[in-house]
Write a protein that binds this ligand. Structure first.
Ligand code: ADP
Ligand code: ZN
Length: 624
């Protein structure tokens, strides 16, 4: 018997968006642009939504998906993570399912069956699956609420994450002209945005731009000295929280994870060279176990929706500010404080330059990559607010933020003209063929074998820099590179050369302001970092922290029983609210953000009991 095409996927389709927000999701009001986007789509329009991570993009399509009759088709690039989103929705009693090649056949069958019977509000599919002709044909006979295209920047070759399978999504506009299309992404600069609009034919829709700032993320940069030790200090300052450590190579992710475990931190590697099954296992553990650290290449991350990643560290620098923004952006999606640390040195930059040169990209592309790396270097060496530099790169702006290392401990600058002249002339007189280590030996007057072999102990610059330490010179050379007064040779062997801009400095026509010695800055930086980002830190009293831990314990126990990640039960932000004003009844609990009808029913008693038990014990303790 043919399916009844008029079956409504959602019998309660008359529900108002605000009612859905409150009852299903447990939030009292819309945030930012959410309600405008929801209205646009509920009215049948198209939209491109560019809003930062953690700002609540999902609700922008999930609420219309529930409100509108029919099933919403959600395109999501990563199969592994669909499951997670679907699980979260099912916890809310939303009728969601996923369809992908990784699931057992009976699960796919069940999802298709539910689609046919009009029992689904949302169906998550991978783009390859959606684009199969038979699937598209089948969809034409279904009642559809909308198409949501998540991580929409993947459709654009201009973006940093192009995925060929996204290209064909353009046909949706031809096949389903009446169905609203909403594209969502967190990172898209102007050309990428234009490209998405064209490819998905969104010209008649609206563009919603939510700005790029992530105020809860604290940015911090340190020159790399003892990379691992710096990383360890940073991780320890976070308490036992979940975080990501980005490394440049596969081998380094493995070594780093082993080393961290040796230091008592539970850590696992993740990179594209690992067997798929191991990768999936590590990712799952990251989602489900509290306080796990993943040492990963950039293969790890896209679509990682874990809201309570408390820190992101770069043991090696990323290729560009765009990647940096994207990678650090995986911290603190829940809006609670999150920390970042970027470690970098000139050798790393040289290595990136070499990788660019050795790739077989066309010359134009290579020039662009070098420029992107320059911008990153400028960010790392800036004496301004880091957030301002980052936002300006995306065409956004803001005041000094008060939540980055330069705002928190402003670097002091000094007149570095003479130091710069000494360094530039050491580079020039040694033939512009040496890297920073050799130049520093030369400045400090160290008669190493290499110095003697080259006869550099006879140069007039030999030993003229004794007033600074080697690490101070490293800092000065880095700053000269970022100011464009020195350049690292393009082939990337790390040798330093003069530039156009060096000459006026050497002739004494230009002054150079440099940032104070790094030693002092590093101390200040780690003092700032010592705040840590754990949610427990925003709860001031030990008593509140203890209650928070007790609620987390309860959550973990429930999560294990249900075999879901803890945050699917409640986010940390919700637990924090329970701690600040402990609810005593279902009615009070229902007022807490993140507690909707289904979760109240499912978990309300457990959490209320945990709160009562805690107060009881606590009073007992203080009495005795
Ligand atoms: P994005 O996809 O933009 O990165 P999410 O959709 O994952 O962000 O939402 C980030 C967090 O904010 C989630 O914990 C979500 O439940 C929460 N959130 C979204 N909208 C609201 C709202 N209106 N009020 C309170 N919290 C919200
Ligand atoms: Zn700042």
């Amino acid at each position: 018997m043919p399916q009844d095409m008029t079956t409504l996927a959602n019998p309660d389709s008359a529900l108002e968006p605000l009612t859905i927000l409150r009852q299903t999701f447990g939030y009292s009001s819309f945030r930012g642009l959410q309600s405008e986007v929801v209205d646009q789509i509920c009215a049948g329009g198209h939209a491109l939504v560019v809003m930062p991570t953690g700002s609540g993009k999902s609700l922008c399509y999930q609420i219309p998906a529930i409100a509108r009759p029919g099933t919403a088709i959600v395109v999501s690039p990563l199969i592994a993570l669909m499951q997670d989103q679907v699980a979260a929705l099912q916890e809310l009693d939303v009728r969601a399912a996923a369809l992908n090649s990784a699931q057992p056949p009976d699960e796919s069958r069940e999802a298709l069956q539910a689609l046919h019977e009009g029992r689904l509000d949302m169906l998550y599919v991978a783009p390859e699956r959606l684009m199969m002709d038979s699937f598209l044909q089948m969809l034409k006979s279904r009642r559809l609420a909308l198409f949501a295209i998540d991580e929409a920047h993947c459709i654009s070759e201009w973006g940093h994450d192009f995925r060929p399978e996204y290209r064909r999504l353009g046909v949706l506009a031809e096949l389903f002209p009446e169905i609203p299309r909403v594209a969502l992404t967190a990172t898209a600069d102007a050309p990428t945005r234009q490209d998405i609009v064209t490819r998905l034919s969104l010209q008649e829709g609206r563009i919603f731009l939510g700005g790029f700032d992530r105020p809860n993320i604290r940015y911090g940069v340190q020159p790399k000295s003892s990379g691992r030790r710096q990383l360890l200090d940073f991780i320890k300052a976070q308490g036992r929280e979940a975080g990501i450590v980005y490394c440049l190579s596969r081998a380094r992710t493995e070594e780093t994870a082993v080393w961290l475990r040796g230091e008592g931190i539970s850590a696992l590697p993740y990179h594209a060279g690992m067997p798929a099954e191991t990768r999936a296992r590590h990712q799952e553990r990251f989602l489900k176990e509290p306080g796990l650290v993943i040492a990963a290449t950039i293969a790890f991350g896209m679509g990682i929706d874990k809201p309570d990643v408390r820190f992101v560290a770069h043991l090696d620098p990323p290729r560009s500010l765009e990647s940096y923004y994207q990678e650090t952006g995986r911290a603190g999606r829940d809006g609670l404080p999150a920390e970042t640390l970027l470690l970098f040195g000139l050798q790393d930059i040289a290595q990136h330059r070499r990788m660019i040169e050795e790739s077989n990209a066309p010359a134009e592309r290579k020039r662009l990559e070098h420029r992107k790396l320059d911008a990153l270097l400028g960010y790392a060496e800036t004496t301004r607010c880091r957030r301002q530099v980052l936002l300006e790169y995306f065409g956004d702006s803001g005041e000094p933020c008060g939540n980055c290392d330069t705002c928190l401990s402003p670097p002091k600058s000094f007149d570095g003209t003479i130091a710069a002249q000494k360094a530039l002339s050491a580079v020039y007189r040694s033939g512009q063929r040496y890297g920073s280590a050799h130049i520093i030996d030369l400045l400090l007057g160290r008669g190493t074998e290499k110095i003697q072999a080259a006869g550099h102990d006879r140069l007039p610059t030999f030993g003229v820099g004794a007033e600074f330490s080697a690490s101070a010179w490293r800092s000065i050379l880095r700053q000269l590179v970022s100011l464009g007064l020195l350049e690292i040779d393009l082939a990337g062997y790390g040798s330093l050369r003069l530039t156009e801009k060096s000459r006026p400095v050497l002739r004494g026509e230009t002054q150079v302001a440099l940032r104070q010695e790094i030693g002092a800055r590093r101390k200040a930086g780690s003092a700032a970092a010592a705040r840590g980002a754990s949610a427990a830190h925003i709860l001031k009293s030990p008593r509140e922290q203890a209650l928070f831990e007790a609620l987390r314990e309860k959550r973990l126990e429930l999560a294990r029983q249900a075999n879901v990640p803890p945050y699917i039960i409640f986010h940390d932000a919700t637990l924090v609210e329970m701690v600040k004003a402990p609810p005593k009844s279902h009615a009070e609990l229902a007022l807490i953000p993140g507690v909707g009808v289904s979760k109240l029913e499912r978990y309300g008693d457990s959490f209320l009991e945990a709160i009562t038990a805690f107060s009881f014990n606590d009073e007992g303790d203080s009495a005795g």
